[in-house]
Design a protein around this ligand. Structure first.
Ligand code: FAD
Length: 495
């Protein structure tokens, strides 16, 4: 059932078996998975049903590294969280994302792809996707749309499935209202995690409303599901008993990863090509034998063998028709530019390659707490996002490999705007906040274990992309939802 924390008496004490902070994709998936399991669940959500300026302002912060989307614009603080404006693009991690790759220092998860697959299947249902099937060659046959570079060993076809998109706050509102064992408190802000003693378990979450009242929640198990940055913010801000914050024995709370996005790489196709696979298409990808229509969006990357051989982080590329002005980067030969201005059948086709890339973890990229506080007295975030220079160089090599393949197939060429052997254009972020409470087997190298349980605090768990060790070249929400289902099973089994 959904309740309003503003109606609680000041200093009220709530109790539950499991207390979940945050009612976005992760928190609501977890809470709903724990329905009818004989447990009482309390979900604390800062916002209400609609966006509210005063609540959004709690998300304001500074950016001292690469400037990206404003912190209070890219994240949404209301029931359903940032799924209020997500686009719905979904792809799972691939098996090698979970392995320790020597050429990506800090890579390697304490879980395998196979461990997560059953939960990806469940996550597909939560997100209204088709079957858990990402075989791009089979999709091309099903659609009867050919692949570019179909015989290449270097380039690997890929595709996204698109969620309708499921907006958790509206899609699951009735389910939440009808669940007697799940109490969702709106307008409830978790501001502090209190331990029974320094180094001990959590005793309660301290909460505040923007109206000035306070209350606490006491539970057996606690889960942070506040989003990729706020999970770390609350841990760092809860420092009354431990100066480095809660669950931060490794000193790694706040290490930060994004997906650098590059939108203006140009591919020039000189041979007329059928590009329908690379548009948005609707197709039937059955779930458990039942027909399920889903939108798909084709793309490609480099094969795992090529990436491993050349030591390259991953990227996923998509193709869109580009305007002539976009080609005018000063790098295309005059003859080519001239050919592009000719209209008619002989004119080469100009395409924009957009790359969503993986970044190598680096301690320089991190979020910390600034000096300013928000309306609830919580320190605001300073986000210092950086990318290693060798990531840029690797990406240039990767784009060149792609260009060579286009040339080899007689299809055309790819132009990468370069400066000093680096990508010259401005990076965009994906609003994918990852890695700030990463998973590790060794407690000195991360914040949570393979079960998403804090290494240092036995009854504290973390859900969301903050537990990602690396980001792969896929959007995060499918994996966030899969890990939330997995955590629900663990909590149920161990109660
Ligand atoms: C424009 C845009 C497009 C996107 N498109 C895609 C896409 O196509 N595919 C994809 O995979 N991902 C996409 N994303 C990312 C996606 O939205 C997130 O990965 C996803 O919402 C994260 O889920 P979450 O539950 O971890 O965090 P959120 O959904 O952000 O939920 C966190 C919740 O915690 C609440 N909260 C925060 N602080 C507190 C507090 N102190 N106390 C109580 N509650 C609190 C918030 O109000 C919020 O409801 C997109 C993001 C943006 C901004």
């Amino acid at each position: 059932m959904i309740l309003d924390a503003r109606e609680l008496a000041d200093s009220a004490v709530l109790t539950a078996d499991v207390c979940i902070a945050g009612g976005g994709a992760a928190g609501l998936t977890l809470g709903l998975s724990l329905r009818n399991k004989g447990l009482t669940v309390c979900i604390l959500e800062s916002g209400g049903y609609e966006p509210d300026n005063a609540v959004q302002a709690l998300y304001q912060g500074t950016m001292s590294g690469i400037k990206t989307w404003e912190l209070d614009k890219c994240r949404m603080r209301l029931l359903g969280g940032t799924t209020y404006h997500w686009e719905g693009l979904c792809r799972p991690f691939v098996p090698e994302d979970f392995t320790a790759r020597a050429y990506i220092p800090g890579s390697g998860w304490p879980v395998t792809y196979e461990d997560i697959v059953p939960f990806y299947r469940r996550a597909h249902r939560t997100l209204g996707l088709g079957g858990f099937d990402y075989d791009a060659r089979a999709l091309s046959e099903r659609l009867q749309f050919p692949l570019l570079l179909a015989d290449s060993d270097v380039v690997e076809p890929r595709f996204y499935q698109l969620s309708p998109p499921v907006r958790f706050g509206t899609r699951y509102r009735t389910d939440l209202n009808e669940a007697p064992d799940v109490h969702v408190y709106l307008h409830a802000n978790v501001v502090d995690i209190r331990l029974t003693a320094a180094g001990g378990p959590v005793s309660h979450f301290e909460c505040k409303t923007l109206e000035g009242t306070s209350f606490r929640v006491e539970a057996q198990r606690y889960v942070l599901a506040l989003g990729g940055l706020e999970n770390a913010r609350v841990l760092l801000a809860s420092n009354a008993q431990q100066s480095e914050g809660i669950a931060n024995g490794s000193g790694r709370v706040g290490y930060f990863l994004e997906h650098p996005h590059y939108y203006r790489c140009i591919a020039l196709l000189t041979k007329p090509s059928d590009l329908r696979f690379y548009r948005r298409n609707r197709v039937d990808i059955p779930v458990d034998g039942q027909s399920q229509l889903v939108d798909v969006y084709g793309g490609f990357g480099l094969s795992a063998a090529v990436r491993a051989g050349a030591g390259l982080p991953d990227f996923t590329a998509t193709l869109e028709p580009a305007a002539l002005e976009e080609a005018d980067t000063g790098r295309l030969p005059a003859k080519t530019m001239q050919a592009l201005t000719v209209s008619g059948a002989g004119r080469p086709e100009l395409l924009r390659l957009s790359l969503q890339t993986e970044q190598t973890p680096t301690p320089e990229s991190r979020m910390t707490l600034g000096n300013e506080v928000d309306a609830l007295g919580m320190p605001r975030i300073d986000l210092h996002w950086t990318i290693r220079s060798d990531d840029n160089e690797a990406l240039c090599r990767a784009a060149e490999l792609l260009g060579v393949e286009l040339g080899r197939a007689g299809l055309g060429r790819a132009w990468v705007p370069l400066q000093d052997q680096r990508f010259a254009w401005i990076r965009n972020a994906g609003c994918h906040h990852m890695g700030t409470t990463s998973m590790s087997a060794d407690a000195s190298l991360g914040v949570v274990n393979a079960r998403c349980q804090a290494h240092d605090v036995e009854n504290l768990y973390i859900a969301g992309s903050s537990v990602f060790v690396t980001g792969g070249a896929c959007n995060p929400t499918l994996s966030i939802v899969a890990l939330a289902h997995r955590l629900a099973d663990h909590l149920e089994e161990t109660f």
